[in-house]
Design a protein around this ligand. Structure first.
Ligand SMILES: Cc1ncc(COP(=O)(O)O)c(C=O)c1O
Length: 358
């Protein structure tokens, strides 16, 4: 079976973790500080604050912008539920908007129809590794004085007009086991100003600017040095890994051209291919055939978030593009460790499965 995800790790990761174990300093310490600096530099952001996972990173980002009860945050419906759950965790309300067919990302024109006096923030999600239309997001946010919280959990290293994900606003990244930079579990928030960075650090650590002095609310959402040591090695592999993902994506696009609807890298954007996601009719039958033939194909996501019971379910207003995409999308393996034979098998298996399901 060719799995849908496979880690891109080597002896350097083992050595880094062993170094921390031997040091006896396992909690947040110098590895976390170095990882934050390196991560911020990669994104072209002045600050990065590490935490336990991407969901916590989104939660911290929203809290740092004072999002709370009575506030609304506009979130694209075609995303992982964590984007909406982080808003609920603040006591605020996620208002879901539709997405675009060309990049699967937020439809800013639809988002604008949801803005009202309670709207405090907008959360573009850089789905599958392609940055959302940040010019349009920024223009809307400026016009209505909204905070922007990027959900960059799938977009490590992706660019938009030469700027990296995480450099536009306060942004959350996940370091979950399958991500382009991974540490098993982990999260990072980038910030563009000193005040936000300091608030993030306090919120992450019981509101303690110094030991046993609590100036504000906070939790324990700290990353450990063990995780940071692993993440630092992974960060060093990002350029190479993203290049391999890009090559694999280019191969699929060449092989499958004309057969089905393929994902597009829009002008001015560097997609980092966290997922390579095609659109097919009879999607469930195509997926079933692929799995039976040894190729792990997956659906991200079969139900748009506004249709989930925890967010309103069947009574939620229609968001037609998100609903259509949820019926048609299918992701195939695109990770850096795929061999040439494997990717040929994947492309052939998909083409045959699509033909068989016609
Ligand atoms: C778009 C998106 N947002 C948020 C998250 C949450 O990240 P984590 O799983 O690290 O909590 C993920 C992770 O899968 C994600 O893909």
């Amino acid at each position: 079976m060719i799995p849908i995800a496979r880690p891109f790790i080597g002896p350097e990761e083992e050595e880094a973790v062993a170094r921390v174990v031997r040091s006896g300093r396992l909690a947040q310490g110098p590895e976390v500080a170095a990882f934050e600096e390196e991560f911020a530099s990669l994104c072209g952001a002045p600050y990065a604050v590490a935490c336990v996972n991407g969901t916590a990173a989104l939660h911290l980002a929203l809290l740092a912008h004072d999002i709370g009860p009575g506030d609304e945050v506009i979130v694209p419906a075609f995303t992982f539920a964590a984007s909406g759950n982080a808003v609920l965790a603040c006591g605020a309300t996620p208002i879901f908007c539709d997405v675009r067919e060309d990049d699967f990302n937020i439809d800013v024109a639809d988002a604008e129809t949801k803005v009202n006096a309670s709207t405090k923030a907008i959360m573009p999600v850089h789905l599958y590794g392609q940055v959302a239309d940040m010019d349009a997001v920024t223009e809307l946010a400026d016009r209505y004085r909204l905070a922007i919280i990027e959900d960059a959990c799938q977009a490590h290293g992706a660019t938009y007009n030469g700027r990296r994900a995480g450099s536009f606003s306060t942004a959350a990244f996940s370091l979950y086991a399958t991500k382009n930079v991974m540490s098993g579990e982990g999260g990072m928030v980038t910030a563009q100003d000193d005040n936000t960075a300091e608030r993030l650090r306090l919120l992450r650590n019981h509101g303690m600017p110094e030991r046993y002095v609590h100036t504000t609310f906070g939790m324990n959402l700290r990353m450990t040095d063990l995780i940071a040591a692993l993440g630092r090695v992974q960060l060093g592999r990002l350029e190479e890994g993203n290049k391999k993902r890009h090559d694999n994506a280019a191969y699929y696009t060449q092989q499958l051209h004309g057969a089905i609807t393929l994902p597009r890298e829009l002008p001015g954007r560097e997609h980092v291919w966290h997922q390579y996601t095609v659109r097919v009719n009879n999607r469930d039958a195509v997926r079933q055939t692929m799995v039976e033939n040894g190729v792990g194909a997956e659906v991200y996501y079969p139900t748009p978030v506004h249709r989930q019971a925890s967010f309103g379910g069947s009574g939620a207003p229609a968001l037609p593009v998100a609903e259509k995409l949820a019926r048609e999308v299918l992701s195939i393996p695109v990770y850096p460790t795929l061999t040439d034979d494997e990717r040929a098998t994947i492309a052939d298996t998909l083409a045959a499965a699509v033909k068989g399901a016609e």
